[in-house]
Design a protein around this ligand. Structure first.
Ligand code: NOJ
Length: 577
């Protein structure tokens, strides 16, 4: 149960992307959600570097590999790339445990490779958003090594320590620890340190101004290199009540309530804005959006000068192993849209590196419907308000890994939870079944470039097995097919890029109670677009009540023309009215 929650919450944590000088003009009556900004118009392609392309045969994707695919990335039409962490790291959590924020992970290459990558992206008019992981560092970071060396170290207060003479600190739940205990005893100084994630990811102490100064200097180091944004990993957890009071028994079932958006967080974000964001044309996106609209607005209402964009998890979190209800899906996305219709800005996504594959989870990955349902979901992402974040491989309709043995998995929290289950005599078959659907490795299998050995990802042994379906699902094959998922993705991206109504337009849900179809209009500056999406494997009808007499079909995921009012299985259509 903890494990399931951990992943859901992980996916639901505070993630905020970068910032630009978009300070509000208080005399300006235009709601900030309608002010035009490059980061609202951006289409972000998320690259998981470890699994994208290996250039040197060690089985691990790298920066040179990404560089070799820049023309492919450009061909997608996307305008920004979000890279998961590429900094030096012992890789307890695949780079989310950073040991040197100013260097590149050895397996990924060198700083010269990074500079070449940034240049290559910018030459192609693609922006770069970096992951900023500063709720915690690696325990192999020099700060932590110094911090743990003595109670009087200058770095002691960079982290949260509790002297053992005071007794055991009040219980704190760890998302990733084998025992879910976030306090780790360290005999060297007879103290406990705090780690909300793994033992190798000690939490940084944001109350310490010295630490905060170091973080802003790191951010400036990267901003000075010319990067275009930051995604703030788990930042909602950064502020803590450092008296560490007792929380009610069982609080871990709802730990976000206790861990996220603790008072102090907005002071840190305002300071970060002052020190960094206000000085560069960079965007900021939070991982998560807190637990309420109020939380989300407090993060990204432009007038507050904190972050630019929220990344709410409520939508992705509704898909469970048993499926999800379209009514619920519509209700959640409509609700979040309304929250941002006046102030702030949001992200739209259905997958990332912490989630199972989009088509397996929200669509239908059977051979019959995989392509259609994937195209339908892409249409959803590209036609909603909010900046689209599209996860690499989804443009091919890559599917879940389908692993059946624990030996096939590499994800640290999954392996830790397996140990936990063994130690506590858990139901192992049930556990294996659950992770087959929800483990993060599902979204991390190597990118399927072609039908050659290892899907063209690596000449060595891939760090995580390639999905067996790579001989049929791969980029090379889809390039040749005008009707492929890949070529549909390009069309959907182009449609969004050429039509700001899809970015800024007012959203109105149509035929709201239709159990099979999600239909909505987007309206802006006299243009009206109608989107109709059949989320089921059966034909469906829809009554939107809009005047279709002048309707012009702009996008359809079937090769033969759509018939008004009727939708074929997983059909997606976009009309201009
Ligand atoms: C959220 C990241 O997306 C996830 O991959 C990571 O494990 C945790 N934060 C901890 O940094």
């Amino acid at each position: 149960m903890f494990f399931t929650r951990s992943l859901a919450v992980l996916s639901g944590m505070l993630l905020v992307l970068g910032s630009c000088q978009n300070g509000p003009n208080n005399n300006n009556p235009v709601p900030d959600s309608r002010e035009q900004k490059w980061w609202k118009e951006a289409i972000v392609y998320q690259i998981y570097p470890r699994s994208f392309k290996d250039s040197d045969g060690d089985g691990i994707g790298d920066l040179k590999g990404i560089i070799s695919k820049l023309d492919y990335i450009k061909s997608l039409g996307v305008t920004a790339v979000w890279l998961n962490p590429i900094y030096s790291s012992p890789n307890d959590d695949n780079g989310y445990d950073i040991s040197d924020y100013r260097n590149i992970m050895q397996e990924f290459g060198t700083m010269a490779d990074f500079d070449a990558l940034l240049k290559g992206l910018h030459e192609r008019n693609i922006k770069l958003v970096m992951d900023l992981v500063v709720n915690h560092s690696s325990d192999e970071h020099e700060w932590f090594k110094q911090s743990r060396s003595s109670r009087t170290s200058k770095y002691r207060n960079y982290y949260h320590w509790w002297d053992a003479e005071r007794g055991k600190p009040n219980y704190r739940y760890s998302l990733f620890d084998v025992n879910h205990d976030a306090w780790k005893y360290d005999s060297l100084t007879n103290s406990y340190y705090l780690h909300y994630f793994s033992r190798k990811q000690p939490d940084l102490n944001w109350e310490n101004p010295e630490l905060r100064k170091e973080v802003y200097a790191i951010m400036k180091f990267w901003a000075d290199k010319g990067i275009d944004g930051f995604r703030l990993d788990a930042f909602g957890f950064a502020a803590k009540d450092t008296s560490f009071p007792a929380f009610p028994k069982g609080y871990e079932k709802d730990f976000m309530k206790y861990y996220s958006m603790v008072p102090g967080i907005h002071d840190y974000l305002k300071e970060m804005h002052r020190e960094v964001f206000s000085k560069y044309d960079v965007m900021s996106v939070a991982e998560g959006a807190g637990s309420s609209f109020e939380d989300a607005h407090n993060l990204v209402d432009a007038s507050r000068k904190e972050l630019h964009m929220a990344y709410a998890f409520e939508g992705v979190d509704i898909a469970k192993a048993g499926g999800y209800s379209l009514q619920h899906f519509k209700q959640v996305y409509s609700k979040w849209d309304s929250a941002f219709s006046k102030a702030g800005w949001l992200s739209i996504f259905l997958a990332n590196h912490d989630q199972a594959r989009m088509v397996s989870r929200f669509g239908n990955d059977s051979p019959e419907f995989r392509d259609l349902s994937s195209k339908m979901l892409t249409t959803f992402i590209m036609t909603m308000r909010g900046t689209p974040y599209y996860y690499n491989g989804d443009e091919l309709a890559m599917t879940n890994a389908g692993f059946t043995r624990i030996e096939d998995y590499r994800d640290m929290p999954t392996l830790n939870e397996y140990q936990h289950q063994l130690a506590n005599k858990g139901d192992i078959p049930a556990f294996l079944k659950r992770i087959q659907f929800e483990c993060r490795d599902n979204g991390r299998t190597p990118f399927q470039w072609d039908a050659s050995l290892n899907a063209g990802f690596s000449t060595g042994t891939p760090w995580l097995q390639v999905n067996k379906n790579y001989t049929t699902i791969n980029q090379a094959a889809q390039e040749k097919d005008v009707n492929s998922v890949l070529n549909y993705f390009r069309k959907a991206v182009a449609l969004r890029k050429n039509n700001p109504v899809l970015v800024y337009g007012k959203y109105t849900i149509r035929d709201k109670d239709n159990p099979a179809v999600y239909a909505y209009t987007r309206e802006w500056q006299g243009k009206i677009f109608l989107v109709m999406l059949n989320f089921t494997a059966k034909p469906a009808t829809v009554q939107t009540g809009v005047d279709m007499r002048k309707a012009q079909l702009l996008l359809n995921n079937y090769a033969t023309p759509a018939v008004t009012g009727n939708l074929r299985p997983y059909e997606a259509v976009v009309y201009q009215l």
